[in-house]
Design a protein around this ligand. Structure first.
Ligand code: ATP
Ligand code: MG
Length: 330
């Protein structure tokens, strides 16, 4: 089985964007690939976090993965917490010494997140290298992701090739991003030029998987559209309306063409109401399942099983790499 790997930062409650770009692809392919699904808590502290909230978010993240349909009982499914495996940081250091400051400071995500505050941590610059380590440690072939992380997967590809060439060997599998055809960039509801994010400063901009029915309806009904009246899919000129059509399409399980046909002649109010109805139906069912999962012991069981297995694999890979660069004794 080829390997697939992805992670979603426990920097807050997951959004419908995280579902579309990340988790939905895991559930789609979980019977086809050996899946490494981790909670990147080490990535989360690149920006300030409240330690109590972070710990809570880690467990909740796994509860949400499972409530979205990830099957922890599969032998080929490994769910684990990044900081419970010390090889990620060790490999990251070696890869940092094979990456260039210039290539890291040119990353879109770095530019966007570093502009938010006057000062930022060095971790915000180097975290794409840690992400490369996360991927390369397990020889993952596919990395499900939204558009925003495509550039980071490309860095992982470059680092894998650079390392393999430098040390003359097939040390790392060169990974490929796996980007969904629909929903690769769910947009911010207030500023539809931006992507929706879980660590947004404006809670009205994102729909969280744990939002109440009232909040979901309120946020969708006040989502920014445009001064036109035509419901049409045109991401460049009508980003707000196209975003609502995309959300409807993913959560109603229809294609964009079918969504456009459904709203032919409808006004923006109808598009919003129907999109909110579909979201409420899906997210309320999700929340029932989530509450059941959090009340059971399966989240800890899954994380314990994943920790054991992934530590074994990572230890072997790290040993090979450490020898290749000349660490340790002869
Ligand atoms: P943060 O604001 O803390 O960076 P985030 O919402 O960007 O949170 P990440 O944890 O950085 O979420 O990313 C988790 C996964 O979700 C990644 O695969 C990423 O590509 C995907 N993703 C994030 N935002 C979106 C979005 N708006 N549309 C589609 N996919 C997304
Ligand atoms: Mg992000």
């Amino acid at each position: 089985m080829d390997r697939l790997l992805t992670g979603l930062q426990p920097s807050g409650s997951l959004t419908i964007g995280n579902y579309c770009g990340g988790i939905s692809q895991v559930t789609k392919y979980q019977n086809e690939y050996e899946t490494f699904l981790f909670v990147p808590d080490m990535h989360a502290i690149t920006v300030p976090q409240d330690p109590v909230a972070l710990q809570k978010n880690i467990k909740q993240a796994v509860g949400m993965y499972l409530a979205c349909g990830v099957d922890a009982t599969l032998d080929n499914m490994h769910i684990y917490v990044q900081s419970e495996n010390l090889y990620h940081a060790n490999l990251s250091w070696i890869l940092e010494c094979h990456s260039y400051f210039g290539e890291l400071t040119r990353m879109h995500q770095f530019k966007m997140k570093s502009q938010k505050n006057e000062s930022f941590t060095s971790g915000l610059v180097t975290y794409p290298v840690l992400m490369a380590a996360d991927i390369l440690l397990y020889d993952a072939k596919y990395v499900p992701t939204g558009i925003d992380q495509k550039q980071h997967v490309e860095l992982a590809r470059n680092l894998a090739e650079r390392f393999n060439n430098k040390y003359n060997g097939n040390f790392f599998t060169v990974p490929e991003p796996m980007i969904p055809e629909v929903g690769a960039k769910i947009r911010d509801l207030v500023n539809p030029e931006n992507k929706m994010s879980k660590s947004t400063d404006n809670p009205k901009a994102s729909i969280f998987l744990l939002d109440t029915e009232k909040d979901i309806r309120k946020k969708i009904m006040s989502a920014k559209t445009d001064s036109d009246t035509l419901v049409a899919f045109d991401e460049e000129n009508k980003p707000g309306v196209s975003n609502l059509l995309t959300i409807y399409s993913v959560f109603a399980g229809v294609t964009i063409e079918e969504a456009v046909a459904k709203f032919d002649g409808a006004n923006y109010g109808e598009l919003k109401r129907t999109t909110a109805d579909v979201l409420v139906e899906k997210l309320m069912a999700f929340q029932d399942k989530y509450n059941e999962i959090m009340a059971s012991g399966i989240v800890d069981e899954a994380m314990d099983k994943g920790r054991e297995y992934t530590n074994e694999i990572a230890a072997k890979k790290y040993d090979e790499i450490r020898r290749a660069v000349g660490f340790g004794r002869v």
